[in-house]
Ligand binder design. Structure first.
Ligand SMILES: [Cu+2]
Length: 120
């Protein structure tokens, strides 16, 4: 049993390392709002990846001061499959926001990350 758990832990670490050092799978290339930017309340969030991602296995959350904001809708994907577009359903109050995302890239690897932006 212990051996099984340590095997699990080892494969988790290996996955984390390969995710960080990856060249083959989709990486987040840019976003709207851009990471670290200060903006007016956005109408949507856009996450653009280096390669296409699978919409069905992608998820994005938006949090403000640790609490999940229920103000974003279901993600849609651009025609080329590179950009997740998430509608923001109402104006966001001023403050700092964290976008937490995970996605399944076409090579079958899961990728994830987060970035923050501020609403003026
Ligand atoms: Cu990959």
């Amino acid at each position: 049993m212990n051996k099984f758990i340590s095997l699990l832990a080892a494969s988790f670490v290996a996955t984390a390392i390969s995710t960080g050092a990856a060249t083959a799978h989709s990486e987040l290339k840019s976003s709207i709002p851009a990471a670290g930017s200060s903006v007016e309340s956005p109408k949507s969030l856009e996450l653009t990846f280096s390669d296409s991602v699978n919409l069905r296995f992608s998820n994005v959350t938006l949090t403000n001061s640790g609490a999940v904001e229920g103000k974003i809708g279901e993600p849609a994907i651009s025609e080329d499959g590179h950009t997740l577009v998430i509608p923001v359903s109402g104006p966001l109050s001023a403050g700092k926001y964290v976008v937490n995302w995970n996605a399944l890239s076409q090579d079958g690897h899961k990728v994830k990350g987060e970035f923050s932006f501020a609403v003026e």
